[in-house]
Design a binder for this molecule. Structure first.
Ligand SMILES: C[S@@+](CC[C@H](N)C(=O)[O-])C[C@H]1O[C@@H](n2cnc3c(N)ncnc32)[C@H](O)[C@@H]1O
Length: 272
C-alpha cells in the first residue's frame, strides 16, 4: 500500500505514528487529531511530555499533508507551549472550545472551562469554506439596520456591508457547541462521556470548513469514530488509526467504515 487511495475509507488498528509512517508525502487534505491531552488516568492518555508528543505529531502532519492542507490538534491550553511548531506548520488559530456546563472541580484555582483546538495549515490554507460553517448573527433587526447605515460599514471593502444573510463567521471561541451529556441522543455509552466521545457538530464544523467532497481526511485518533461518521456522511474519503481494538470495532459499526484486514485481525486477536 503506498497510494493514498488504498487507505481511503478504512480503519487501521495500530499506532497512529506507525500508520503515518506508511502514508505517502503530500497526500492528505485534512487531519483531525483528538488524541492524548495527558490529563486523565486513562492508559491511552498517559504520555510523558505532551508538548514533545504534539511536536512529533506536527512533524508527521507536515510530511503527509498536501501543501495548503490543514490539521486540527486538540488539547489543553498549554499543549503547544514552548515547542517550535513554526518550522513545520502555520498556526492560523487557537480555537477555544468553551464548555460552560462542565462541573467546576477546582478548589485552588479557576476551573479550566475550555479545550483548545490548534488550527494549522501547511503554508497558506487552500480550503476554508466559510459559507458552510456560518452561524446565526445574534443581532436584532433594528440594531442591524442601524449598524448597516454606519459609514464605516457602508463604505466597507467592495461596498459590501459586514452583514451576511447566511450568518457570520463562528469566530475562534466556540461556545455554541455543547459537550455531550448523558442525555445526548448521539452518546454511544456513558463510559465515553467527557474523555472520549466528541459532539458530531464539532467535527462537522472542522470537516466542512477545511475539506471538500471526496477530499482525503485522516483521523489520527478514532476513538468512538465521530470524525469517521461525520466525514463519511459528508462524502469525504476518510480513514484513521485507533490502537484499542474494541473502540475500532465500535467506530466501524458506527461509521460503516471497514476495518483494514478485519478477518486477519479477528483471527489473531479473537475479537469481532
Ligand atoms: C480522545 S479519544 C478520540 C475521541 C474521538 N474524537 C471521538 O469522538 O470518539 C483518543 C483516542 O485515541 C486513541 N489513541 C491514543 N493514542 C493512540 C495512538 N498512539 N495511536 C492510535 N490511537 C491512539 C485512544 O485509544 C482513544 O480512543
Amino acid at each position: 500500500m503506498n497510494q493514498i487511495k488504498d487507505f481511503h475509507n478504512r480503519i487501521f488498528i495500530e499506532d497512529t505514528f506507525d500508520l503515518m509512517g506508511r502514508l505517502p508525502e503530500n497526500s492528505v487534505d485534512l487531519i483531525v487529531a483528538d488524541g492524548p491531552y495527558a490529563v486523565t488516568t486513562h492508559q491511552w492518555d498517559k504520555v510523558s511530555g505532551i508538548q514533545e508528543y504534539n511536536l512529533n505529531l506536527i512533524k508527521n502532519f507536515s510530511r503527509i499533508l498536501k501543501p495548503g492542507g490543514s490539521a486540527y490538534l486538540f488539547g489543553k491550553d498549554d499543549c503547544i507551549d514552548f515547542i517550535d511548531y513554526r518550522r513545520y506548520l502555520n498556526l492560523n488559530a487557537r480555537l477555544i472550545w468553551y464548555q460552560p456546563s462542565r462541573l467546576a472541580q477546582g478548589r485552588k484555582n479557576f476551573t479550566k472551562n475550555y479545550d483548545i483546538i490548534c488550527y494549522f495549515s501547511k503554508g497558506k490554507p487552500s480550503t476554508f469554506n466559510l459559507d458552510d460553517i456560518r452561524v446565526p448573527q445574534l443581532v436584532e433587526l433594528t440594531q442591524r439596520l442601524r449598524c448597516e447605515n454606519v459609514p464605516s460599514v457602508k463604505q466597507g471593502r467592495f461596498n459590501k456591508t459586514k452583514f451576511n444573510p447566511k450568518g457570520k463567521n463562528p469566530g475562534d471561541v466556540w461556545g455554541d457547541i455543547k459537550q455531550l451529556t448523558y442525555r445526548s441522543k448521539e452518546l454511544i455509552n456513558r463510559q465515553y462521556l467527557n474523555t472520549i466521545q466528541k459532539p458530531e457538530r464539532l467535527l462537522e464544523r472542522i470537516i466542512k470548513a477545511s475539506s471538500n467532497e471526496t477530499d482525503t481526511v485522516f483521523d489520527a485518533f478514532i476513538g468512538t469514530g465521530t470524525a469517521l461518521k461525520v466525514g463519511a456522511d459528508l462524502n469525504r474519503n476518510i480513514f484513521g488509526a485507533e490502537k484499542e481494538p474494541a473502540l475500532a470495532f465500535l467506530a466501524s459499526k458506527r461509521s460503516k467504515i471497514k476495518i483494514s484486514q478485519e478477518d486477519d485481525f479477528a483471527l489473531a486477536h479473537k475479537v469481532g
